[in-house]
Design a protein around this ligand. Sequence first.
Ligand SMILES: [Zn+2]
Length: 371
Amino acid sequence: MAHQDVVPIAPGSETQWHAGPFSGEIRDGFIWGRGAWDDKGNLMAILEAVESLASTGFKPQRTVYLCFGHDEENGGEEGAKAIASLFGERGIRPEFVLDEGLLIAEGILPGLEPPVALIGVAEKGSATLKLTATAQPGHSSMPGSRSAIGSLAAALHRLEQAPFAAAVDGPAAEMFDTLVPEMHGVNRVALSNLWLFGPLVRWQLARAPSTNALLRTTTAITVIRGGNKENVLPEVAEALVNFRLLPGDTVSRVVAHTRSVIDDPAIRIDVLPQSSEASPVASENSSAYQLIARTVRELFPGVVVAPGLMIGGTDSRHMIALADNVYRFSPVRARAEDLARFHGTDERISVDNYVELIRFYQTLLRHAAGG
Ligand SMILES: [Zn+2]
């Protein structure tokens, strides 16, 4: 799977790009432009792989479907979801699904030298709750004791002060189990002895937003509205809070948590449409996982392969009803300092890495569907 659409660039950021953001220019060993990583790199590499295999006379012994949705960045409702429902109608059950997702990361954990190919075995869910506070409207010269904005602000404060519990389990624990033997120094000692250092490790991982997101369902207050004139008390104030759900958590649990933490029956809580539950966790013992891992080891010697948790959403979640083995990975190479390029300025992929992508899909197809 790959998606054809891209996100826009930030208005006014055109001049900060090294090359035109939609030029696809090749310069200094890189292909520059929006989509180079997300996700046209994979899209084009898959097509190049299939075309080059076909031109050598390769005939797959098993059915291979290429699924290229056109609206992933908007939820995939008309692309991947429609493809999935057609598969459902036709009774197609893929042995495994591979979509964009995690990548080959370098320098992500202190104490871990080799690059890590993280194969996403699950992805977090996403739910947005709308909190609405109402109060008696009126003139600001005679305010009551409770305003819509005041009660909403208090509710949001309580919510932010009561994050979901953090735990090193599920895909995050599987990832550390695989990576720890490759590590050295303090982190190796701490992560191999979670029974002793668990609280310290959780505290340390929770300090960085990127690792914190692996440990818990996160809470992010993203929109607030209320009031439009300095001397009028508004009747309504509302806020949007976006939660990213760890596998195992559910949207209804998020609503229950929010209701109990806010503890104010006067505030209405609505779940916005397009919320999605976290995915199930795919096995790292399946033959499909082993196939992907073997292909990575073959083409990228010295790279450590580990299961991982995808923080963002992908089109592959629409395939969950059809397949048990859904994985999110492509061998895009990224260092921690490169991550800002995703959906950001100066998105690019090196020409060498692009060639690696093509070879990865060629080899995977040979292994998965060759005679
Ligand atoms: Zn994408």
